[in-house]
Design a protein around this ligand. Sequence first.
Ligand code: CP3
Length: 351
Amino acid sequence: MPLNDAPLLRALAGDRPDRTPVWFMRQAGRSLPEYRELRVGTRMLDACLTPALAAEITLQPVRRHHVDAAIFFSDIVVPLRLAGVEVHIEPGRGPVFADPVRTSADVDRITAIDPADLDTAPIAEAVRLVVAELGETTPLIGFAGAPFTLAAYLVEGGPSKEHLRARGMMHTDPQAWHRLAGWLARVSRVFLDAQREAGARAVQLFDSWAGSLSPFDYRSFVAPHSAEAVDAIAAPIIHFGVGTGPFLGDMRLDGRADAVGVDWRLPLDEAAAVLGGDVTVQGNIDPALLTAPWPVLEAHVRDVLRRGTAARAHILNLGHGVPPETDPAVLTRIVELVRTVDAERLVGAGR
Ligand code: CP3
């Protein structure tokens, strides 16, 4: 089967393949014992920049769960590390920056780095290893952080709940904000292009913290920069955010997104009604239900699949990433359930 016929790529193109594509955000990572074993003694960002290790970690969940896509094992802050920014990922906490970017002078300092100078060789090498192994059956999704989610860490200096400093900068110094967000868009674009040129067949832009913004601020200060990060890129685009219900239509990025990721707060049929008939939906199993008794989770997954038929096409996923304490057998069982529902649909349609 040529890769163009892979269910994920057909769904992104707007078709409804007989096989519903399914993959999980954060499918590579701490829920897998084989991941925890490989990571012993290696810091997160060092693992991301060691091509053979990053490639192997990317492939682990594909082998185990038989999902319809691999997602490149890396992190949204990796391109910043490649730009020479001092950043670490603290286990259990997240990305931490030695020098937060808070003032106009800080913005001058960081934007003096030319994104074109990023050494993306370790990324390209890892992607090539993954793609060679995946062959013609399973596409690789490349990804990057959206400018706002990156800024939410960079301006604060680390993880925060409400991202007050980044949101504050938009209003106290809009010029500095736009310079920073524009630069982050170019950095993420370099990262996306490196993955795509090495063989990633789709890209996902993660704006995980966009839900902390008002619709007005999202439209005025964020969406134009996210659009710039993916503009005219030669691959289908999935645009994901958490808590984006109040401005879901804007997540289409004026038609640039081929699919919009929806979290668990909004049923997919309601999301599809807002998004319209020319975009695919991705989501939206509630990660909290992964620990529920199987009959409860099964009913939920079936409901998500049923509501997903309201959109032109549906990619089954969680509403956010796999929690580290998830029993991976549950994820495998969800993939098997999707195949069962696909088969029931074919019978129901008399085929
Ligand atoms: O399987 C996949 O989805 C691909 C791998 C991936 C990682 N990070 C690996 C990772 C992806 C797509 C990301 C993106 C990312 N990183 C996002 C957007 C996605 C989302 O979940 O909303 C964000 C917000 C980050 C920032 C970040 N990096 C956080 C909040 C953390 C967790 C810190 C912790 O220890 O709880 C990380 C670290 C990280 N990125 C881990 C993994 C597997 C855990 C590190 C470890 O295993 O030690």
